[in-house]
Design a protein around this ligand. Structure first.
Ligand SMILES: Nc1ncnc2c1ncn2[C@@H]1O[C@H](COP(=O)(O)OP(=O)(O)O)[C@@H](O)[C@H]1O
Ligand SMILES: O=P(O)(O)OC[C@H](O)CO
Length: 496
């Protein structure tokens, strides 16, 4: 029997899943790791802890399934995107804590770049909004602040990478310093149209080209693990950022197909095929995957706070004891009683892009209860996504239905709210581990487990369809009140 090993390195945990050739999960392991918040707005990870937890998960699933390295056809790797690691090529040690995608420490640098008029060039080259979310200013910050880093980078002693590069470096014993095109597209340093690092952006941020990884296909053998890790070398044959992998795992392989992943944040992606569709509404144009040297593109909307809001209700406010309790609490009232929550705890992502927006809770009266707040939290998740679909529509791209995945999609109330607020059907598949599945499918396609994309179709089966039932009037009223609240939340942290 042939197996595929998916490594899914997420923001809060490292996971490994072993799939068989029918794309069924045979074993899985998960380890959480430490979140560091050294200053307000900063989020850091220990890159070594990421590697250790990821390796331990991979070794655990092989051991528990009783599968030897020789039985694993390939590894597919997928990862939290943008998070930035800078390490020493000779020791393999990181120079500083990894700067996580949620980290806002470079917001002022982004403001300065914007004020100097560089945002249009950045968008033209990278398809991205100039924002602290992406790797470029994080890498520049490390080069500027870690003593000696810039000189050492210029001397070729240092390597930069997103988490995929970092793990591949470790998995191959330092033999490969690569990233796939979907991850490169999130650095804000990559020209997504020409398919190469953008020299003018490297110059703008003073990044020595020698720190950059080589960009490879998302599906294709790029190297092998060192034999001692798993008792034999295993080819690494698939790599993609987690949202791109989930898009592949949802089999959104044709233009017009869209998925939304509800985890810590929400990431809505729409396949636009070989066309990079430029957005006039502050969505991101990004790379879906590169296969055989050919690039497919996505239009993406990123919402920073989704499941994290539920965690905050649990850990910050103590309104619930477990995440899944929110559904019953929110369902105990018919609506949020005119309470609106804007969960801008880390600023607002697409389509607002306001690093200084902060969380607000508006419209409370003496009648407001915990249930209304819980309901407003679920509304807020669905309303943020409604803004993304509206931005896509304004860009002339129609989404006819939405495939969903991620931990929050277990919440039936939220899924119904989502369908009602979007006005399109929401489809939840049976297999909701689509990120790991996508990585396994990308790897499996590369090594011939599946001969063509058509052979993958059987791996997507619907669990439940949520049809929109609410009226257009209700939808418009909800969205109008939400936008009024968003205006109140904007710009709060800079006192403007
Ligand atoms: N039943 C539920 N209702 C609402 N939110 C939930 C529910 N179950 C889990 N969550 C939220 O979903 C998130 C976990 O989803 P997951 O896909 O594992 O996230 P990630 O990969 O980003 O860590 C958590 O933030 C949690 O608060
Ligand atoms: O780790 P996740 O699933 O929250 O995903 C993080 C995204 O890749 C950030 O862009």
């Amino acid at each position: 029997m042939d197996y595929l090993l998916a490594l899914d390195q997420g923001t809060t945990s490292s996971r490994a899943m072993l799939f068989d050739a029918r794309a069924q999960v045979c074993a899985q392991a998960q380890r959480e790791f430490t979140q560091h918040f050294p200053q307000p707005g900063w989020v850091a990870h220990d890159a070594m802890e990421i590697w250790r937890t990821q390796l331990a998960c991979a070794q655990q699933v092989l051991q528990e399934a009783g599968v030897a390295a020789a039985q694993v056809r390939a590894i597919g790797l997928t990862n939290q995107r943008e998070t930035t690691v800078l390490w020493d090529r000779s020791t393999g040690q990181p120079l500083a804590p990894a700067i996580v995608w949620q980290d806002r420490r470079t917001a002022a640098r982004c403001d300065a770049l914007r004020a100097a008029g560089h945002a249009p060039l950045i968008r033209a080259r990278t398809g991205l909004e100039l924002d602290a979310y992406f790797s470029a200013t994080k890498l520049a910050w490390l080069l500027d602040t870690v003593p000696g880093a810039r000189a050492r980078a210029e001397a070729g002693e240092l390597a930069f990478g997103t988490i995929d590069s970092w793990l591949i470096w470790q998995l191959t014993g330092g033999a490969r310093h690569v990233t796939d095109a979907s991850n490169a597209a999130r650095t804000m340093l990559y020209d997504i149209h020409r398919g190469c690092w953008a020299e003018d952006l490297l110059a703008l941020l003073d990044i020595p080209p020698g720190v950059l990884p080589q960009v490879v296909d998302s599906s294709g053998v790029l190297g092998h693990t060192t034999a001692e890790l798993f008792g034999g070398a295993i080819p690494i044959a698939g790599v993609a950022g987690d949202q791109q992998a989930a898009t592949f795992g949802q089999l959104c392989l044709r233009p017009g197909m869209a998925k939304n992943t509800y985890g810590t944040g929400c990431f809505l992606t729409l396949n636009t095929g070989t066309q990079a569709v430029a957005s006039d509404n502050r969505l991101l144009t990004t790379i879906a995957w590169q296969r055989g040297g050919h690039t497919d593109y996505l239009l993406e909307g990123s919402v920073f706070m989704a499941g994290a809001v539920v965690q905050w209700l649990r850990d910050g406010l103590g309104l619930i004891r477990a995440a899944d309790e929110i559904e019953a609490l929110a369902a105990s009232v018919p609506d949020a009683g005119e309470v609106v929550m804007v969960p801008a705890f880390a600023g607002l992502g697409a389509p607002h892009w306001d690093a200084y927006a902060r969380g607000t809770l508006l419209g409370m009266t003496r009648g407001t209860t915990a249930a209304h707040i819980a309901r407003a939290a679920l509304d807020a998740v669905a309303l943020q996504n409604a803004d993304l679909l509206a931005a896509m529509a304004a860009d002339g791209v129609e989404v006819k239905e939405l495939r969903v995945d991620g931990g929050m999609t277990r919440n039936n109330l939220l899924m119904q709210l989502q369908a009602d607020l979007l006005g399109v059907p929401v489809l939840r598949p049976r297999q909701t581990e689509t990120t790991a599945l996508g990585a396994a499918l990308l790897a499996g396609r590369a090594v011939g487990v599946w001969e063509d994309d058509a052979a993958l179709a059987a791996h997507w089966q619907v669990d439940r369809v949520f049809e929109p039932t609410a009226s257009a009037d209700w939808r418009e009223a909800m969205r109008a009140r939400w936008h009024k609240a968003v205006e109140r939340a904007r710009g709060w942290a800079d006192g403007a």
